[in-house]
Design a protein around this ligand. Structure first.
Ligand SMILES: [Zn+2]
Length: 88
């Protein structure tokens, strides 16, 4: 039987120096509000599988070093994130 997903994404992640050293795969099944995540932290290289509630904008915190891995998609979400970064 064919599996159906609400959302699926594979991303290359940059570390704080702008190097592409990590990755994140996010999958949300149809009928589920839980995102299943496999990531490799670009900052410290830690890898794990984790799950968290699905919402936009989506971000995952590395459970080893605390680096925030964001999942941008829509242009206005990226703009909003940049505005938030400026505030910080
Ligand atoms: Zn990390």
């Amino acid at each position: 039987m064919e599996r159906k997903y609400r959302f699926i994404s594979n991303r290359i992640l940059k570390n704080s120096k702008g190097k592409e050293t990590g990755k994140m795969r996010v999958v949300v099944k149809v009928g589920s509000d839980t995102a299943e995540i496999d990531y490799t932290c670009p900052e410290c290289g830690f890898s794990e599988h984790t799950e968290k509630p699905w919402k936009r904008p989506f971000s995952v915190k590395c459970s080893k070093c605390g680096f925030i891995m964001r999942l941008p998609r829509l242009k206005d979400e990226i703009k909003r994130e940049k505005r938030l970064e400026k505030k910080i």
